[in-house]
Design a binder for this molecule. Sequence first.
Ligand SMILES: [Mg+2]
Ligand SMILES: [Zn+2]
Length: 182
Amino acid sequence: MRKAAFLDRDGVINIDHAYVCRREDFEWVEGVLDAARKLYEAGYALVVVTNQSGIGRGYYTETDFEALNVYMCRMFEEAGAPLAGIYFCPHHPEKALGQYKVACTCRKPQPGMILRAAEEMAIDLSQSILFGDKESDMKAAQAAGIPRRILLGKDGLEAPQTTDAGTGVSRSLATAVAELGL
Ligand SMILES: [Mg+2]
Ligand SMILES: [Zn+2]
């Protein structure tokens, strides 16, 4: 069993321009690759868990998403922070089209993506940590049994507020990792 650092994508890894699906629009949040390397070196498997209802809404395709993943993975790899996995939810219960319009168990705040990753990669969730920029990220982590949850400021701009005493806060992944002493 290994421990993992679960990372939300939009607003944590890249600037959340809404429905980012092209490399030209993929703008890195400052310091995120360096912070990811520190987590990797501290023994955390790096796992991205991301809601991508833009697929279900018909704004872009799974193929577009996978193509962007190739670029994102390469950049993480080159930074010394290889990703162990990328899990995404293409669904939306109301706004998606066709087969994607479903009340699934993977769309955060549901814990499905995290639970699937844990099973497929033998991750010890009790030793893991999740970083996200929305309360729905925190709720998914809590539902999955991840004890350490850190709410980050969207796009790394400013530390957010939370009413949940079990949730830590920090401005960005870079500041959070520094505060963890990594
Ligand atoms: Mg986000
Ligand atoms: Zn889903």
